[in-house]
Design a protein around this ligand. Structure first.
Ligand code: FAD
Ligand code: MLT
Ligand code: ZN
Length: 457
């Protein structure tokens, strides 16, 4: 990076927030759980929109490409540089949370605020963002908006798109745009949240967000249910979703994944020393929430389903123990080199589609280890394939994604396209769609400086 750019960046954010030592910057250049990374030319950490605008103006003036980064928990390499010539703009210093707007039940927070920090800030006020994900301690609101994150409660409350009601953002040339008013009815031209949520950092840097909140329902209960098949598990979750059981989450973990989580995290398999067969069945994790009595609500609902007779229920803090079998997947898989795919299938074809993708993976790569789990009522399947020979990685990815598309599914469910799945966008979106997206990109980032290689090749 040129001396003059370095100087301009230091003037913009202070020299201590321009990191150039490769020993330090390599951490920002290595995706979550990966071992291979690229040390960027620099990591710049603006504290607010004005500083970010100065950074982007300086980079634009020097034609320097910029990668936008929040918590770096993204799963499709969208927030890390592809080359050491790129500059990483980190939102780590943009974590300010403003006063809660109690009348509207909304709050404005900096893009670099982690989900966990927001949850901690709101909890005493009995409020929450009705979206949760396992990466809560690192994932930031800006990254969650950029990827339109989903998580475990999306079937009930929607993805990030449903929760962002205002944004402040900075375009590649340093222009600041903003619509943070938070009025419910606001039809005054293009809606920036609609344009920027899901844009994966290719159109603008989101610097602040106004979020829709809801009151916390303090009573929580969870059930871990071994089922005979994924189809049976889905039918059970659909039945509970459609009755007043207060269902807030319905996740699934297939046996191979449960074994890996228990082995890697040294967890006693669920169900204690009961029939080991229960460990060889698909598991459904259900969570109910209510103002009170969530446990009884869930127990009563399950009692109507003989197939759920082997369920284990827990409430309050003990429910977190049941969640560990599901949320431990990220940590357990981080120790393995896997082909990681994040797909969604129509519920009516979920079981058939999952079976077909597993067969396709095994046909394409031989005796590999498929680890499947996900968000049941979204049809969102996280497919992690272990022990795939290097020369079979592309073939197995193609076999699985083609099978998903053949079953009417999406090849990018909640993690986005990033750089990892750019080659597959055209398989899922029409040429007209992609051309229109490229026009929007061209209009807002004509020098193609933001997130080069993300979403588009
Ligand atoms: P980063 O990884 O830093 O960046 C992600 C993308 O957003 C990149 O393209 C980046 O350029 C862009 N970006 C980041 N900040 C901004 C900004 N301020 N303005 C514009 N663009 C920006 N995802 C789910 O959807 N659901 C889950 O349930 C889920 N569970 C997870 C569990 C674990 C253990 C892990 C490690 C990840 C999980 N993820 C999940 C993936 C990840 O947490 C999400 O994609 C999250 O939205 C990424 O946020 P981040 O701040 O880490 O973004
Ligand atoms: C999850 O739901 O656990 C995440 O999306 C992360 C993953 O796919 O590993
Ligand atoms: Zn997920």
């Amino acid at each position: 990076m040129s001396e003059s750019l370095n100087r301009e960046l230091a003037e913009a954010v202070g020299a201590e927030h321009v990191l150039v030592d490769p020993e330090v910057t390599i951490g920002y250049g290595t995706p979550w759980a990966a071992v291979d990374g690229v040390a960027p030319a620099a990591v710049v950490r603006p504290g607010n929109a004005a500083e970010a605008a100065a950074v982007l103006r300086a980079c634009a003036g020097h034609g320097a490409r910029v990668v936008l980064q929040g918590g770096n928990t993204g799963m499709v390499r969208g927030g890390v540089p592809a080359s050491s010539a790129e500059v990483v703009l980190s939102t780590a210093r943009m974590g300010a949370i403003e006063d809660v707007d109690r009348e509207s039940l909304q709050v404005v927070a900096g893009a670099g605020t982690t989900l966990e920090a927001l949850q901690a800030r709101l909890e005493p006020e009995g409020l929450e963002l009705a979206l949760d994900l396992g990466a809560r301690s690192q994932a930031t609101l800006g990254g969650m908006a950029a990827t339109n994150a989903g998580g475990a409660r999306a079937f009930r409350h929607g993805t990030m798109r449903r929760h962002v009601v205002g944004v402040e953002a900075v375009l590649a040339d340093g222009t600041v745009i903003e619509r943070l008013g938070g009025v419910l009815k606001d039809s005054t031209g293009y809606d920036w949240p609609s344009v920027l949520v899901g844009s994966e950092g290719t159109l603008a840097l989101i610097t602040r967000l106004r979020l829709r909140l809801r009151r916390i329902e303090r009573s929580r209960a969870a059930a871990l249910v071994p089922v005979d098949s994924l189809a049976q598990g889905l039918a059970l979750a659909v039945a509970l979703r459609d009755r007043p059981a207060g269902l807030e989450a319905a996740e699934f973990v297939l046996p191979g994944t449960l074994r890996l989580v228990c082995d890697e995290l040294d967890l006693r398999p669920p169900f204690g020393d009961r029939e080991p067969a229960d460990r060889e069945r698909p598991l459904v994790l259900l969570e109910a929430r209510a103002a009170q009595g969530a446990y009884d609500l869930l127990a009563e609902a399950l009692a109507e389903h003989p197939e759920a007779e082997r369920a284990v229920l827990a409430e309050g803090a003990e429910a977190l123990g049941l969640w560990r079998y599901r949320e431990g997947t990220g940590e357990a898989l981080a120790r393995h080199r896997v082909v990681k795919l994040d797909v969604a299938l129509p519920l009516a074809r979920l079981a058939e589609g999952v079976a077909a993708t597993e067969r396709a993976a095994l046909d394409a790569a031989g005796p590999i280890h498929p680890y499947l789990f996900g968000h049941l009522l979204d049809g969102n399947v996280h497919i992690n394939l272990g022990d795939v020979p290097d020369d079979r990685r592309a073939a197995v990815e193609r076999a699985v994604l083609e099978t998903v598309l053949a079953h009417g599914g999406s090849i990018g469910a909640e993690h986005g396209i990033g750089r990892a799945k750019v080659a597959w966008l055209a398989a899922d979106r029409s040429p007209a769609d992609i051309a229109a997206m490229r026009s929007l990109k061209q209009a807002l980032d004509p020098q193609a400086l933001l997130n080069p290689g993300v979403l588009f090749d």
